[in-house]
Write a protein of this length. Sequence first.
Length: 79
Amino acid sequence: MRAYKKYVVIEDSHQIVLSDLPFEAGQRVEVVMIADEPQAAARLDSLRSLLKATQALPQARILTEADIAAEVEAARAGR
């Protein structure tokens, strides 16, 4: 699969016009739209801080890969 990214500003909430695309006429493509969120970077920084703090907890330091694998398996099995 070949991916192509293009940024556009919505001018009309009922349509988007894409031009100068690197695809052939009649070629089937998938269109995925993701809105740019100005707060996304701040939320990501907050999540990173939370994960670092969680990983620094004493309980997290004694977990082994086997413990994690067993927990995942139990969750998948519905236990």
